[in-house]
Design a protein around this ligand. Structure first.
Ligand SMILES: *Cc1c(COP(=O)(O)O)cnc(C)c1O
Length: 394
């Protein structure tokens, strides 16, 4: 039998990413493919840089989307800034700090780990102790928004500490960009990477990155070649750099870039600060609904990430069965716990286009129906609790 075209089901994506992609972005993806050196495309690339500078709140020249997902943005930062033997202080309070350690070691560097419990923030005191104990460290690396736990660390304070001890910072902003306050220039962040499928609500496959002058100088003055040909910024910039004549490096993922461009245009129309406020607002409504139902959030209130809510699974409830029913009966995707939180939490994302009153209420309603027979929740109150938050701001 001949295989037919693939038609995906219509889901509501409220997990840790990808998030729902807006119809405007989907329409942009379907526009005709043109050449990657076509003057019209090159004009779009110049706009892309401006739009990313807007989203990151930076004037950094070296700002562009790496042609691969968030993990490749992470790798781009590490392979370009590190040389064999370099020491990096890596903060770990969830899954992604562990990947940073892998990156450091694969670059021939030495990772000094600063560990905090999953579900808590990166502790600036521990970081300061590590910086004092390792005056030869070159970089401090940390995750701003830990998607595996729903925790937001204090990127501004951590960056200040690093600079006080003459270290560069590498910041993972995959889940924070577009969802929660992030100011690359005001906080003086040296190197940062993000992803498109979280709060920017574009499809996965691109990783916006930005490097300040200080980081760019370190890269220019390297003694050894960057170990990755594909991610070597000295080469990539022949294509993404402005002013200079663009030269072929690799074929840009043209249509995916149309999609990111459109999602950033949408962000600009809404206003970055308004997007941050929208994520905080719907987080409050979701939280009110979950708590009214009798469910509890994992993370302490002051440390919570609005766009990723880790919900403690009540005793006696079958984690996977609930998620399967949500998907099958409600076409709703929420995330499972990872690592030490597997089976202990659900992760409900409120990211980008998926962060709306409609989705908050749909999620609460669906969860309530699936949990109705378990006896662990209070019925009939969650949606009203969320609505009262939604009505509070007119
Ligand atoms: C999703 C995510 C990544 C990885 O991004 P991919 O696009 O899946 O490669 C890295 N860091 C954080 C914090 C993330 O949430």
């Amino acid at each position: 039998m001949a295989i037919k075209s693939f038609i995906p089901p219509q889901r509501t994506l409220m997990g840790p990413g990808p998030s729902d992609v807006s119809p405007r972005v989907l329409a942009a993806l379907a526009r005709p493919t043109i050449g990657h050196l076509d003057p019209a495309f090159v004009g779009m690339m110049d706009e892309m840089k401006q739009l990313l500078q807007y989203a990151f709140k930076t004037k950094n020249e070296l700002t562009f989307p790496v042609s691969a997902p968030g993990s490749a943005g992470m790798e781009t930062c590490f392979v370009n800034l590190l040389e064999p033997g370099d020491k990096v202080i890596v903060c770990q309070n969830g899954v992604f700090g562990g990947r940073m350690k892998e990156n450091v070691e694969r670059c021939g560097g030495v990772a000094v780990m600063v560990e905090d419990a999953w579900g808590t923030v990166v502790d600036p005191n521990k970081v300061e102790q590590a910086l004092k104990a390792h005056p030869d460290a070159k970089v401090l690396a940390f995750v701003h928004a830990e998607t595996s736990t729903g925790v937001q660390s204090d990127a501004k304070t951590l960056t200040e500490l690093a600079h006080k001890h003459d270290c560069l910072v590498i910041v993972d902003a995959v889940t924070s960009l577009g969802g929660t306050p992030l100011e690359v220039d005001a906080w003086n962040i040296d190197a940062i990477y993000s992803g498109t499928q979280k709060c920017l609500s574009a499809p996965p496959g691109l990783s916006p990155v930005s490097f300040n002058e200080r980081a760019a100088t370190v890269i220019k003055n390297r003694k050894s070649k960057v170990q990755s040909w594909f991610m070597d910024l000295n080469l990539v910039m022949g294509y993404w750099g402005t002013g200079a004549k663009r030269a072929y490096h690799h074929t840009a993922p043209i249509n995916n870039l149309y999609g990111l461009h459109e999602s950033l245009v949408i962000l600009q129309e809404e206003g970055l600060e308004n997007a941050w406020a929208r994520h905080a607002f719907h987080h409050r409504a979701l939280k009110a609904g979950l708590e009214a139902m009798g469910l509890r959030l994992l993370v302490k209130e002051s440390d919570r990430l609005p766009q990723l809510n880790a919900v403690v699974i009540p005793d006696g409830v079958d984690d996977a069965a609930v998620r399967t029913r949500l998907l099958k009966e409600f076409n709703l995707e929420i995330g499972a716990g990872l690592g030490s939180l597997a089976g202990k939490v659900w992760r409900i994302g409120l990211m980008g286009h998926a962060c709306s009153a409609k989705n908050v209420e749909y999620c609460l309603q669906s969860l309530e129906q699936v949990l109705a027979d378990t006896g662990v929740i209070k019925k009939g109150v969650a949606v009203a609790a969320a609505q009262s938050v939604h009505k509070s701001v007119v």
